[in-house]
Design a protein around this ligand. Structure first.
Ligand code: GAP
Length: 436
């Protein structure tokens, strides 16, 4: 197992165009990041795989894309305005702020090392505030959503009615969330702007435990099926004192990050808390009517809530491998091909037009299905190394023999094995390897 440090991953991410610091040319803004040409593909592929698994391949879950800005009343009803807070202390010596519940020693400042210098803890609300319209007063105050989930709860009845949904059913959503974290950090692990992938699964209250177990298992397998080393994943049930205000039980899926075990995703039993709160605050009856039993009741909700950006980071860390090849270190991102930014790279052996032309033609054909890169720079060995480092599963080399035999060499990223494949069979050959 390659031991990867945070520095190695953040350097690779910047060098190869996965992730850049936001507003970098102005000195950088802490805790927001921009996804470069490769990062945006990786992130899109992660979200695509989540959507396939939770929406496309099921008949009991549908999708939603709700607004980031919602009425302030939503956040009053959900409880976020009152209790979505973290305990914050400030060091009187060096003026740094810290989350009290995350300190190793609650008496010692981790920035300056002094003891007994903290102020009394105060509860800090994590929601970003802004104003709707030109007048900046209390009446126009709105929040950027700190979770995508509330957009689902407030649309529960719209979705149920318009799509004739019957229990049990789920509503899934991927989108940006914002939290004014006290201590963002560890690269893209904890940021103030991030992306979530959440699904609210509505079921009969008596079936909630069964569905909870089902979704924990389902979500755990999603990570291992996409190649995360099972030894780097574990389940951790929350203690009673760390449960969110809405949860009757939560289990986290944790990943072994370079700094230790930390959360990737939480699966919570939110009970009927949210639908009840919104019914009470909005006056709309969000109970479900069961036509067979003539009963009206509040469904329970099981919620698998993952971070898209955090999960993408975990895939990057897990895939990073260093190995010795011919007394040189080869860096390989062993990403599952479904997640790899480029599925193949087409590499003409020389820059001569007679090779560039067929290479471009092959790339155009393959682009009907996949993201493809054509690379004409540097020696072939260096180009292979670059593709290994960005996780491209297959390299297609066009050489002078191609002009005679109408075949190309396909090189496998992981085994480095090479095979000669006729150009007219190439799309079919790669489909056999890539389509799942
Ligand atoms: N709706 C429930 C909810 O939001 P959460 O555990 O607070 O639960 C779910 O968030 C997931 O969102 C986390 O497991 C994590 O992957 C991601 N997430 C939360 N805060 C984040 C942050 N500041 N930066 C990056 N990802 C974050």
């Amino acid at each position: 197992m390659t031991q990867v440090t945070l520095e190695t991953i953040s350097n690779l991410a910047k060098k190869r165009g996965f992730v850049f610091q936001s507003s970098e040319i102005y000195g950088g803004i802490r805790s927001a990041y921009d996804y470069g040409p490769l990062g945006v593909e990786l992130l899109r592929n992660v979200k695509e795989q989540w959507w396939r698994s939770l929406v496309q391949q099921r008949d009991d879950v549908v999708g939603l894309d709700s607004a980031i800005i919602q009425a302030r009343a939503v956040w009053r009803a959900s409880g976020h305005e009152e209790v979505f807070t973290d305990p914050m202390v400030e060091c009187r010596n060096c003026n740094t702020r810290h989350r009290l519940d995350k300190l190793e020693d609650p008496e010692q400042c981790p920035s300056c090392g002094k003891r007994g210098t903290f102020t009394e803890p105060r509860q800090f609300n994590l929601m970003f505030k802004t104003h709707m319209g030109p007048v900046e007063d209390e009446d126009n105050l709105v929040y950027l959503r700190p979770e995508t989930a509330q957009g689902i709860f407030i649309n529960f009845e719209n979705v149920r009615r318009s799509n004739r949904m019957k229990l049990p059913f789920g509503i899934a959503q991927i989108g940006k969330s914002f939290r004014n974290e006290i201590t963002p950090g560890q690269f893209v692990f904890r940021t103030r702007e991030f992306e979530q992938m959440e699904m609210e699964f509505f079921c009969r209250p008596e079936e909630a435990d069964e569905w909870f177990n089902y979704w924990v298992e389902h979500r755990f397998s999603w990570y291992t099926d996409l190649g995360i080393d099972p030894d780097k994943l574990r389940l951790r049930p929350h203690d009673a004192d760390e449960l969110s205000h809405y949860s009757a039980g939560t289990s986290d899926i944790e990943f072994l990050f370079p700094w230790g075990w930390d959360e990737l995703e939480g699966i919570a039993n939110r009970t009927d808390y949210d639908l009840k709160q919104h019914t009470e605050h909005s006056g709309e009856d969000l109970r479900y009517f069961d036509q067979e039993t003539n009963e009206r009741f509040f469904p329970y909700v099981i919620e698998p809530a993952a971070g898209a950006t955090r999960t993408t980071f975990a895939f990057l860390i897990d895939a990073y491998t260093e190995e010795e090849v011919n007394e040189e270190t080869r860096v390989v991102l062993r990403l599952d091909p479904r997640l790899a930014p480029y599925k193949a790279a087409v590499l003409p052996l020389s820059k001569k037009p007679e090779l560039i032309e067929p290479a471009e033609k092959i790339a155009t054909e393959l682009r009907r299905k996949w993201m493809i890169e054509v690379d004409t720079t540097q020696s072939i060995g260096r180009r292979y190394r670059r593709q290994d480092e960005i996780g491209t599963p297959y390299c297609v080399t066009v050489d002078f023999d191609t002009l005679e035999d109408h075949a190309v060499t396909v090189r496998d990223r992981d085994s480095m094995a090479q095979e000669r494949v006729s150009t007219d069979r190439l799309l079919e050959y790669l489909s056999g390897l890539l389509d799942r």
